[in-house]
Design a protein around this ligand. Structure first.
Ligand code: UDP
Length: 337
């Protein structure tokens, strides 16, 4: 059975990917220090996979501890999720973001070479496109400088990987540029667990619906879009998880490949609220507020290259994702009672 190291495997996208990997016959070994996750997710994973994974609690920035994992196990691939991900927080503590996200990545890349791991999958982001001229972006759309230290860590992460591949290295890298992953596993056993007040739209919506927050603030309705609110490409986290399995199965002459992981369809903030009301039967309280610094107006993926070359396509729609996210939130609320 193929063994895969998954850094950050207890995180939001990481945990859903563990389930997809096990379903497809891989044996994942998670390294995660749980600083942005919790035992709840490991318990959910144990139930969903019937314990078919190993968990090693280490910080990947601790190179000695990381290399010990490679001394003790053999891997056919590495999927590297472990990183900080809050745009707002990254502006407050940029050094922590650069240290954690870039040192972690460099340690893992060094391990790829030193231990001859044939495949490396990197969690990148559509933030590398910055504010693009064309709202629909292709993998070939020129990268632009991001708006936040978090964005820069992904931008620089891709640059580091590109530079590493300028010399011949004995591994293949696949960068997956996620758009806006949302939703949860339909079982409600794993999902997004934001620490503190959520920054992202979806957990804010579900926490408002659950009564944890009084109302949602829509960040600006004066953007040049049909309803004035920003447009994003929201993609179900289980589809994002499946993209990682496709990446492991993907072979290419090219040592480095980049794929957009989105649906190809944009949805505005007000449309998201309307869809949430439809699936939940609620009337979500919201106010219109001012624009959030750093937000771009509109971006969505062109997915023809991912469809044709990676053999991956998002199968679930936004309403399914909203329904699954709401189901997860309700289960969390019940277990906290
Ligand atoms: N958003 C909002 N209110 C919130 C959180 C987000 O109106 O409380 C908007 C945000 O301005 C953006 C969209 O929802 O247009 C998606 O934001 P999110 O932070 O989820 O993802 P981003 O695209 O910024 O990475």
């Amino acid at each position: 059975m193929k063994q895969v190291l998954v850094t950050g495997g207890a995180g939001y996208i990481g945990s859903h990917t563990i389930v997809s990997l096990v379903e497809q016959g891989f044996y994942p070994i998670i390294v995660d220090d749980l600083r942005n996750s919790s035992r709840v997710i490991l318990d959910g994973l144990a139930e969903l996979t019937v314990d078919r994974f190993l968990f090693i609690p280490i910080d990947i920035c601790d190179k000695e501890a990381l290399f010990r994992v490679f001394d003790d196990h053999t891997f056919d691939a590495i999927i590297h999720f472990a990183a900080y991900k809050s745009v707002g927080e990254s502006c407050e503590v940029p050094l922590q973001y650069y240290q954690n996200n870039l040192i972690g990545l460099m340690n893992v890349l060094e391990a790829c070479s030193r231990y001859s791991i044939p495949k490396f999958v990197f969690s990148s982001s559509c933030t590398v496109y910055g504010e693009p001229d064309q709202k629909q972006v292709y993998e070939t759309t020129p990268k632009r400088l991001p708006e936040s230290p978090y964005g820069f860590t992904k931008w620089m992460g891709e640059q580091i990987i590109e530079d590493v591949h300028r010399n011949s290295v004995p591994f293949q890298t696949i960068c997956l540029r996620y758009f806006n992953p949302i939703g949860a596993h339909p079982s409600g056993l794993i999902g997004e667990l934001p620490v503190g007040i959520p920054n992202n739209l979806l957990p804010y919506i579900t926490q408002t619906a659950a009564g944890i927050r009084s109302h949602l603030t829509v960040f600006g309705n004066d953007y040049p879009t049909p309803d004035g609110t920003c447009i994003r490409d929201y993609v179900h986290v289980n589809d994002v998880a499946d993209a990682h399995v496709r990446a492991l199965l993907f072979t290419s002459e090219n040592p480095l490949s980049v794929f957009n992981i989105g649906t190809g369809k944009g949805t505005s903030v007000l449309e998201m609220i309307q869809y949430f009301n439809e699936v939940s039967g609620m009337d979500l309280p919201y106010h219109i507020g001012s624009r959030r610094a750093g937000d771009i107006t509109e971006i969505f993926a062109n997915v023809s290259y991912s469809n044709a070359t990676l053999g991956w396509r998002a199968k679930r729609n936004v309403k399914e994702a909203l329904n699954d996210a709401w189901n997860w939130e309700k289960r969390q609320a019940k277990s906290n009672d």
